[in-house]
Design a protein around this ligand. Structure first.
Ligand SMILES: CSC[C@H]1O[C@H](OP(=O)(O)O)[C@H](O)[C@@H]1O
Ligand SMILES: Nc1ncnc2[nH]cnc12
Length: 292
């Protein structure tokens, strides 16, 4: 690399994706952030010459349920380890006949129905408001879309992800309601993950891997985890293949996000400098040192 910033792609692996294929591991970071520890030690390595970080969202062995994940520590740890972009991989249910189990959706919108999760790094002593109008990075999303197509997996570009609290799957009435809202897929983890990535100025994209039709589909019936798991394993293999092909496309040289997500905090901090709590400022330096 000759002076240009280097890509460091962080991959958050969801249900079924607890490791990466072909990652030349150079380190494992058991990191503590001001918000606590992430779900697992973070692997650092190279894939096709591109720096990668890998975090299994639920921890190895899938120990942590969606409501108990420390989303702030996960995103802060990736930022502290130098991540430049976050590619999130998630299992999801589908609200559309054409989004079949086994297909992927490159999500571009979210509806947040989670409750009581810590969903901001900011707070008393330093208040910030970032825009979530366009919550994903178009460049990373397009690269992911092209790559999924190339490996021969059915994929839709764009889709609204309903984030539910869980851990129970939806009732039939909820499933029908979300469908009537025009949602495409449902999961339990992309919120507040995407919001926190935005606050940490990390371009974020979400590859949602459909495992089931949620429960609205009359011919299929309720979601059962054993059925989900069967599809999940094949989907996870596809995700690993996708990442191997995606790395050389992203390349080691960092290219700016067209939406300027790396600079969102330039206009988001609202607390006057002399009214800021120094302890809060200190804590926030781990994710927002560029502006603090
Ligand atoms: C295994 S079914 C429910 C589980 O799967 C999804 O996890 P992730 O988003 O981490 O792939 C969903 O959100 C639930 O946590
Ligand atoms: N139907 C569903 N609802 C919520 N999260 C899911 N993850 C996989 N399938 C899901």
């Amino acid at each position: 690399m000759s002076g240009a910033a280097e890509t460091s792609l962080a991959v958050i692996g969801g249900s079924g994706l607890y490791d990466l294929d072909g990652l030349e591991i150079v380190g494992e970071h058991d990191i503590e952030t001001p918000w606590g520890k992430p779900s697992d030690p973070i692997l650092a390595g190279r894939l096709s010459g591109v720096r990668m970080l890998f975090l299994p969202r639920h921890g190895k062995g899938h120990r942590i349920p969606p409501s108990d994940l420390n989303y702030r520590a996960n995103i802060a740890a990736l930022k502290m380890l130098g991540a430049t972009d976050v590619l999130s991989i998630s299992a999801c249910g589908s609200f559309k006949e054409e989004l079949k189990p086994g297909s992927f959706v490159i999500v571009d919108q979210f509806i947040d129905r989670t409750r009581g999760r810590a969903s901001s790094f900011f707070g008393p002593g330093l208040v910030a408001h970032v825009s979530m109008a366009h919550p994903v990075c178009p460049r990373l999303s397009e690269l992911a879309f092209e790559t999924v197509k190339e490996i021969g997996v059915e994929v839709a570009y764009g889709g609204t992800y309903l984030a539910m609290e869980g851990p129970q799957f939806s009732s039939l009435a909820e499933s029908k309601l979300y469908r009537s809202w025009g949602c495409d897929v449902i999961g339990m983890t992309a919120m507040p993950e995407a919001k926190l990535a935005r606050e940490a100025e990390l371009p974020y994209a979400l590859v949602a891997m459909v495992t089931d039709y949620d429960c609205w589909h009359e011919e299929v019936g309720p979601v059962e985890v054993h059925n989900v798991l069967e599809v999940l394993m094949t989907n996870a293999d596809h995700a690993r293949n996708m990442l191997k092909s995606l790395a050389p496309k992203i390349g080691p040289e960092r290219k700016a996000c067209p939406q300027g997500i790396e600079n969102v905090l330039d206009f988001a901090l609202i607390t006057a400098p002399d009214a800021r709590d120094p302890a809060m400022v200190e804590k926030l330096r781990s994710i927002a040192s560029r502006v603090l």
